[in-house]
Write a protein that binds this ligand. Structure first.
Ligand code: 5GP
Ligand code: MN
Length: 346
């Protein structure tokens, strides 16, 4: 198999689609990888593809650098995911033996953290399916398009165009729908393309339970989590009014108090954006040796730029993440200084 011109960032051409089609004519050993701290799109897109390829008889494994949040573990196939942090020997072996590796919902090797070197060194053919800006992955096939709502929506198109659509089943539809739903915040952002709704319409023909999926993802928290939301908004939300900016600092001590579980933070960062004058919102969560940031904006404020410039991160224009490698009080100063200098410049 010829390695194609990997300098081309978007080489998902008709010609390459034919080559990809041929790849799946024989049974292959396939690994599907999503990003660190995998969200609904990374998990949904990966598992959607997994169910489709598995139905067709391929030997398929899904690997994530670390565990998904509990609220995604109901997804069909989630229990089959290999978590690198828990079983590095197995994931290393699977990657070494793979003939094809899919990279789903990320476009930079840093995003898979401890899997980075395995991904760089593998001899497998890599196929990237992603919707983030500024791709920087050395893959043979790069399907990269920021117009898409989600990587899961792209996986649907990939399946449709790669001669593997006969493998589509209800499990695939449930997973892809969940990925599209979560990345668009239930169709409130990144979902103005009519194509997105055509795909959703087709997914619904697999008899998926749309309302049930919504409830499993968004109405499945604990009482402690609801109290945490109230506490963070009432006691911890701070404003930098001149920049229409809001931030919340969430400490380890508070995590203990509210019996915090991974995933409980989901959605909280969006809440300040319900205020008309708040255009950008950040939640800073204390971690071991660093502070993890989630950034959201509405309108033209580009939090991808903000995260890339000051917080060792990135993402999309209206949703990004990053890290500050300082203790929590120094991180707050760094955050406010960075925000002041970012908004003064633009
Ligand atoms: P979240 O705030 O939910 O962790 O992430 C929001 C968005 O930013 C997602 O699209 C995610 O892929 C991206 N993102 C989160 N953390 C990082 C990071 O550390 N680096 C980069 N490049 N992107 C991130
Ligand atoms: Mn995504």
């Amino acid at each position: 198999m010829d390695v194609l011109n990997t300098a081309v960032l978007k080489n998902y051409t008709i010609e390459n689609k034919k080559i990809i089609n041929n790849l799946f004519q024989e049974k292959k050993r396939i690994v599907i990888i999503g990003h660190h701290n995998p969200d609904g799109d990374a998990i949904g897109g990966s598992l959607g593809l997994y169910h489709c390829l598995k139905t067709l008889g391929h030997d398929v494994s899904v690997i994530m650098p670390d565990a998904p949040a509990v609220f995604l573990m109901w997804l069909p196939g989630a229990e089959q995911i290999f978590i690198h942090k828990m079983n590095a020997l197995k994931t290393g072996q699977l990657i070494a033996d793979a003939e094809i590796i899919f990279c789903i919902d990320f476009n930079h090797p840093e995003r898979v953290e401890a899997l980075k070197m395995s991904l760089i060194e593998t001899k497998a053919i890599k196929i990237l399916i992603d919707h983030h800006p500024n791709p920087d992955v050395n893959a043979e096939f790069i399907f990269s398009d920021t117009d898409y709502s989600s990587a899961s929506e792209m996986v649907f198109d990939f399946i449709s165009e790669s001669g593997i659509k006969q493998g589509m089943n209800k499990n695939t539809a449930v997973c892809l729908y969940t990925g599209i739903m979560t990345d668009t915040l239930n169709f409130s952002v990144n979902s103005s393309r009519s194509e997105t709704f055509k795909i959703v319409s087709e997914l619904l023909t697999y008899n998926i339970e749309k309302e049930e999926i919504y409830n499993k993802v968004y109405n499945n928290f604990s009482v402690e989590r609801l109290k945490l939301v109230g506490y963070l908004l009432y006691r911890k939300m701070k404003l930098i009014k001149e920049h229409n900016f809001s931030y919340i600092i969430f400490t380890k001590e508070e995590m203990k108090e509210f019996n915090f579980k991974e995933g409980d933070q989901e959605g909280i960062v969006n809440m300040p954006l319900s205020v008309s004058d708040i255009h950008t919102s950040v939640i800073a969560i204390e971690n071991n040796g660093f502070v993890k940031l989630s950034l959201r904006s509405k309108g033209e404020t580009d939090v991808n730029l903000l995260a890339r410039k000051y917080f060792n991160g990135g993402g999309h224009k209206n949703a990004a993440g990053g890290k500050i490698f300082k203790d929590i009080s120094a991180a707050e100063n760094y955050l406010t200084e960075s925000v002041n200098s970012f908004f003064k410049k633009i």
